[in-house]
Structures are given as C-alpha cells and as structure tokens.
Design a protein around this ligand. Structure first.
Ligand code: SF4
Length: 146
C-alpha cells in the first residue's frame, strides 16, 4: 500500500502549539490502514508542546527556504531554524518511506498547503505553503490540506 506522509496533529497526536490535536477522519483512516508516515515537523525541529503560536513573516514557506522570510512566534522570537530543521526531517521521513503524497494540516506555518496565516497574528490568510509543505513540494511530493 502506498505510504502517505501525514501531519501528526491530523492523526490525533496532541502536538499543536496549543497542546491539542486536530484529528481528521481521513488521517486516522490512513493510520488504521498502515499507510501513514506520521510526523510533526515542529516537534521534530525541537520545539516544545505547548509553544507560542508562530507565523511566517515577510513571505511564505518558499521564501523561508530561500532565506527571504522568517518564522517568528507571538513573543517575537525567531524560530526559523527549528522550522527548517523540522521540514528537512519530514522530507527525510517521506523519502525513507517512499511516500510521494502528503496529507497536511491546513494553514500552518509548517504544514499549510496553498493558504497560510499571513504573519500578522490576526487570523488573516495569504496564498502560499508552510515551510515543510514547500520543501516537500520542491522534492516532487504532492501535498494536500487535510
Ligand atoms: Fe505539527 Fe504540522 Fe500539526 Fe503543526 S500542523 S502541530 S507542525 S503536524
């Protein structure tokens, strides 16, 4: 069966910034079928749970990969390095498993696909991917929001 990378919070792991999960039936179905490669890039990058909410400031995940934007949390701390490290670990996990698709948590600065929070911490959205989604896309992995 085809392995699919899955955001851990969608699979029921309480790893979001607020210490909660965002369980989705589709992700749980993949876990139950033995297809899910479950990863939380932010935890893999060394961030604690719970943790201050973070957003990409000055662009999207592709801009972060290119060094043109940063990931900053609500306290003003720069957590770009942890987000990049987590993205690389998520890609490594996908490649190790042979996953060519990913089901990722919507709007997250790591996992968001197509639309993410805009860096103003107001709930507003902008077009673009999170850091992990952008790195996965670069590697040819098909990403979709779960
Ligand atoms: Fe972790 Fe991604 Fe879920 Fe954030 S959206 S908690 S980085 S799996």
């Amino acid at each position: 069966m085809e392995p699919i990378l899955v955001s851990a919070c969608l699979a029921g792991v309480p790893c979001r910034y607020d210490g909660r999960a965002k369980t989705s039936a589709a992700a749980v179905g993949l876990v139950e079928a033995g297809q899910a490669v479950v990863v939380c890039p932010e935890v893999a990058g060394g961030l604690a749970t719970p943790r201050p909410a973070a957003e990409i400031v000055g662009g999207d995940g592709e801009d972060v990969l290119a060094g043109r934007a940063r990931v900053v949390d609500v306290t003003g701390a720069d957590c770009t390095g942890a987000f990049l490290d987590g993205a690389r670990q998520a890609l490594a996990a996908a490649e190790a498993a042979g996953a060519r698709r990913a089901l990722l948590m919507a709007r997250s600065p790591s996992c968001g696909c197509g639309r993410i929070y805009d860096g103003t911490f107001t709930g507003a959205l902008r077009p673009g991917d999170g850091v992990t989604a952008a790195l996965l896309r670069r590697a040819g992995i098909e990403v979709e929001a779960g």
